[in-house]
Design a protein around this ligand. Structure first.
Ligand SMILES: Cc1cc2nc3c(=O)[nH]c(=O)nc-3n(C[C@H](O)[C@H](O)[C@H](O)COP(=O)(O)OP(=O)(O)OC[C@H]3O[C@@H](n4cnc5c(N)ncnc54)[C@H](O)[C@@H]3O)c2cc1C
Length: 489
């Protein structure tokens, strides 16, 4: 069975070491920097028990129990479609603002399980561990976070060339029962809310960096795992009315330090193997599964933002003006570009290399989604800001001004529009500001640009993964079709 929200909340009271604003947090489930978002995630788990969503969000496992559909290894295109319907149902619950909901890593882990042979290296065979890991996470309905990026210390140096040899996470000791690791990783989004963290690297490593070529899963409450959280927007949000998104969907980002953390062998997926370390993302469906989830969420977010734009245009009574219709048209075009990319990467799905015949989202289209989504997101925000005008800023400090007898008549008189009374207008524009301009919104703009890596990494991936020969051939066919002295007919 999948967990209930309250079971999830209870599981977080495990002594995890979270540092926030100069203090160690005693219990994140009641701390104002974290508690509302925890309840939003708990709400996702509760949805898996709702009669009309149970079959959307979960599937029957071989042992008869139900597991999150995101953990399913898809065997057909329709399985991929069903996974997307499940991603969308959860994405709509946060309007696309919880990027690292538990289904995100769940689908990546199903990608590992679709091609376990990739984890068989020359000196370490992680394949059996991958299958056990997948089964354990699905069966226990666990929330896996991930930290795959080394800290930005000196990007001109490889991990082993950094000033100290344990700045980037590495293995420092091998024991009969496992390994001890030390170092840091960034940016642990949602990691403080998880059960375990997948620690790995997406950076291409040289043979000299073998100590850094690791992939493993570690419980969040393991001794030595320390989180240093960024400022919490939830903490600063004074009310849901004033900051409806930041107050409920602030999924947190933290520096994660692994200070002599013990990892049992059964949790190790890749060990001191630079080739397998890299292949785990590109030769299994893990990365394209990330994209399938992220693209579905971004499509949902574009639907939400377009809805905000439509409501603003109505509130400002500009909806029927031809230039405003053109702005809305642009937003709907972008929304449907995102939607089309999700449908296309499913329609053109490919068989995973290796035995068993699972399918995966189309690699080239998945990479293309990364070339387009991060470019479009800031443009969407910009277009809606242009549409909204000064109303985004001309807002009372808080809902208190709508309750105060001195200020409420002023606000009622001057902040309104035809068919849109003051409270409704303030409510709408405060939501819009939280989506477009608040600190929370700024973090989201940055997230959409970087959550799948830096552009120089994902844009070169499309060249590597794409059918460049076919495009060259087509251009060459044209070149071959005429000679130096050929006259125009
Ligand atoms: C909000 C947010 C949430 C995130 N959540 C997670 C998470 O949950 N888990 C996780 O593992 N990661 C997460 N990330 C990290 C994310 O994966 C990285 O930020 C991303 O991979 C880029 O790496 P970097 O930040 O180290 O940038 P860098 O690699 O340092 O690159 C920054 C810029 O420097 C330049 N640059 C650097 N190196 C080169 C080069 N070799 N060639 C050309 N140009 C170069 C480019 O302009 C590049 O855009 C998150 C990031 C953000 C912003």
């Amino acid at each position: 069975m999948t967990r209930t929200g309250s079971e999830y909340i209870e599981s977080l009271r495990d002594g995890r070491e979270v540092w926030y604003d100069g203090e160690r947090v005693k219990d994140i489930t009641v701390h104002p920097a974290f508690h509302n978002t925890i309840r939003s995630i708990a709400g996702l788990y509760d949805r898996t028990h709702e009669p009309d969503l149970r079959d959307v969000l979960t599937v029957r496992a071989p042992d008869g129990g139900r597991v999150l559909r995101a953990y399913q290894v898809p065997m057909t295109r329709m399985d991929l479609v069903a996974k997307r319907v499940a991603f969308k149902a959860w994405a709509e619950a946060s309007f696309g603002f919880l990027g690292r909901s538990p289904d995100y890593m769940a689908t990546a882990i199903s990608g590992f399980a679709a091609a376990p042979h990739v984890f068989t290296g020359a000196t370490f065979d992680g394949a059996p561990n991958v299958l056990d890991f997948h089964a354990r996470m699905a069966r226990n309905d666990l929330f896996e976070a991930h930290t795959l990026v080394n800290p930005q210390i000196d990007r001109t140096k490889t991990p082993s060339q950094q000033e100290e040899d344990d700045l980037y996470l590495r293995v420092v000791r091998e024991r009969d029962d496992g390994i001890v690791v030390r170092g840091a990783k960034m940016v642990g989004t949602g990691a403080v809310f998880g059960d375990e963290i997948l620690v790995g690297t997406t950076q291409r490593l040289a043979p000299a960096d073998a100590d850094y070529a690791l992939s493993f899963s570690v419980p969040v409450s393991s001794p030595g795992v320390k989180f240093v959280s960024r400022a919490s927007y939830e903490d600063k949000a004074r009310s849901v009315f004033d900051y409806p998104l930041a107050s409920r969907f602030d999924e947190n980002d933290a520096l994660v330090v692994y200070d002599n953390v013990f990892v049992p062998w059964e949790n190790v997926l890749v060990y001191r193997d630079v080739d397998v370390c890299n292949s785990q993302w590109w030769k299994t469906p893990a990365f394209v599964n990330f994209v399938h989830h992220g693209a579905t969420r971004l499509w949902t977010k574009f639907e939400f933002l377009t809805g905000i734009a439509l409501l603003i245009a109505k509130a400002n009574n500009t909806a029927k003006l031809p230039p405003v219709q053109a702005q809305i048209g642009k937003l709907m075009g972008w929304l449907n570009t995102m939607r089309s990319m999700v449908l296309a990467l499913e329609a053109a799905c490919e068989t995973v290399d290796g035995p068993g015949g699972p399918v995966q989202p189309n690699k080239e289209i998945s990479c293309a989604q990364l070339a387009v989504g991060p470019e479009l997101y800031p443009q969407v925000l910009n277009e809606i800001k242009l549409l909204a005008g000064g109303g985004l800023i001309q807002l009372p400090a808080s809902f208190q001004d709508l309750l105060n007898p001195e200020t409420v008549p002023l606000l009622r008189k001057y902040i309104r529009s035809p068919g849109c009374p003051t409270e409704e207008r303030v409510k709408l524009f405060k939501l819009a500001w939280d989506a477009l301009g608040s600190e929370f919104a700024g973090r989201h703009e940055h997230y959409e640009r970087f959550y799948h890596g830096a552009p120089h990494v994902y844009l070169s991936a499309i060249v590597r993964e794409g059918d460049t020969d076919a495009y060259e051939r087509l251009a060459q066919t044209c070149l071959d079709g005429y000679e130096l002295h050929e006259e125009a007919p």
